[in-house]
Design a protein around this ligand. Sequence first.
Ligand SMILES: Nc1ncnc2c1ncn2[C@@H]1O[C@H](COP(=O)(O)OP(=O)(O)OP(=O)(O)O)[C@@H](O)[C@H]1O
Length: 269
Amino acid sequence: MTYTGVKAVGTDNAVAVEGPAFEIRSATLDYTPSGASTFSGVRDLSLTGKRGELLVLVGHSGCGKTTALNLMGGLIHPTTGSVSVLGTSPAQARSEMGYMFARDALYPWRTARQNVELGMELAHVGKAERRERSMEMLRRVGLEAAADRYPWQLSQGMRQRAALARTWVMKPALILMDEPFSALDAQTRDVVRDEFLDVWSQERQTVVFVTHDLNEALLIADRVVAMRAGEVVVDMKIEMDRPRDEVGLESSKEFRDMLGELRATLNSH
Ligand SMILES: Nc1ncnc2c1ncn2[C@@H]1O[C@H](COP(=O)(O)OP(=O)(O)OP(=O)(O)O)[C@@H](O)[C@H]1O
């Protein structure tokens, strides 16, 4: 296959700097647990993400959101169909992708700053630059004063902020976020989500964000894709102005209409 606008990264990696951020084409992923019948995690799924888009995947538990994310991340491969990321295979694009989960997965033996520096260490970025970039990122998520604390000395919200900084400091072109704030209490979630939106609005990387929360989806998304039983059932462009204020949104007819449509589709059989 020929890719346009190809940028060489390292010696064995080439990602396209133009074109879609990712393309899932008619992908079916069959899980076949031993002794059980085959079950499709996603079924004939086609989904394309634009560069710079904040795409939110919603749907009831078990509808295939994480499976779709894992296909993009190259953690699993479709049984049929294909997936490309940044114009190449997910494996080739891996160094250009960031992943963030509900649990922060920080290394307990490294301070917040050392956790943020980890990806740069692996990429052989020099010490002075590592320090500068990690401190800048920690400052942006409000963690500068806690840079030398270990994860066990941080609250859950602070740990998620450190994880946010660790993901963002590498400037990945595509960021996959699987319910990143779901383990936080409501108040902390609002604060950390605002910090995430603040960083995203400055950097504008492509983000695919999984959540169960339809309000959260409409609050942050450029586009909401709802899944049911492994398939896309709604693909909705969200054109409400940013920044969006949660309280203000709830009184907006546009917001209530979109929420109603999402709920109705997800709950219909
Ligand atoms: N490793 C696996 N082996 C067998 N079945 C699996 C596996 N991973 C996922 N599944 C099944 O595939 C379907 C889709 O799972 P997936 O985790 O993608 O859903 P989800 O929408 O992310 O759910 P949740 O919101 O609960 O995280 C589910 O029915 C699940 O049971």
